[in-house]
Design a protein around this ligand. Structure first.
Ligand SMILES: NC(=O)c1ccc[n+]([C@@H]2O[C@H](COP(=O)([O-])OP(=O)(O)OC[C@H]3O[C@@H](n4cnc5c(N)ncnc54)[C@H](OP(=O)(O)O)[C@@H]3O)[C@@H](O)[C@H]2O)c1
Length: 162
């Protein structure tokens, strides 16, 4: 089952110069808790922003090019290859972790959404594609705790496709 997981600011911003626009450890923890032990799929540009593959997860990189990837990181060349991977274990959550280009491509076939909203306006260059929330049922809403290390109000929302 394909799930999208992302964090956006109050304007839907998700990226800045190949990185996240914010530092929000509580969201990193949330992301790690949800995705650990699962397969994660990301676009070539998002992977390029990481220093190394995400540990304790099977990393898949979407690209139409022939990539030289680190050991243990696998490539998917198309949406069809992603669907074939999902079909191998349809009950397991397969997390698509960005970026915008990949989210736009995969959204029509996703069954779950894991969204973090940060109530602050950051600057950047990459936005989440529009999601039609009429098609989604809100399953869970959790308000995050603002503290010294997590300085912006934020919340976690989980959705299933209606
Ligand atoms: N806030 C968040 O939750 C979050 C999450 C992830 C990323 N981000 C941010 O998003 C930004 C990157 O996003 P982006 O939209 O620029 O790039 P991206 O989605 O990470 O990567 C785009 C690349 O993925 C490949 N691709 C996409 N669709 C494909 C398909 N159907 N088949 C094969 N390959 C496909 C292509 O690679 P080739 O050109 O090699 O063919 C394409 O150029 C960064 O700033 C990153 O930090 C934010």
């Amino acid at each position: 089952m394909i799930a999208l997981i992302w964090a956006e600011d109050q304007n839907g911003l998700i990226g800045a110069d190949g990185q996240l626009p914010w530092h929000l450890p509580a969201d990193m923890h949330h992301f790690k808790t949800l995705t650990t032990g699962h397969d994660v799929v990301m676009g070539r540009k998002t992977f390029a922003g990481f220093k190394r593959p995400l540990p304790n997860r099977t990393n898949w990189v979407l690209s139409r090019q022939t990539l030289a990837l680190p050991a243990g990181v696998h490539q998917l060349a198309s949406l069809e290859e992603l669907q074939a991977l999902d079909a191998q274990h349809p009950q397991a959550l397969l997390f698509v972790i960005g970026g915008a280009n990949v989210f736009e491509t995969v959204l029509p076939i996703a069954q779950r959404l894991y969204r973090t909203q940060i109530a602050h306006a950051f600057t950047g260059d990459t936005w989440m594609p529009a999601v039609d929330y009429q098609q989604w049922r809100l399953d869970e809403h959790v308000v995050g705790a603002v503290d010294e290390k997590n300085r912006y109000p934020f919340s976690f929302d989980n959705f299933s496709r209606r």
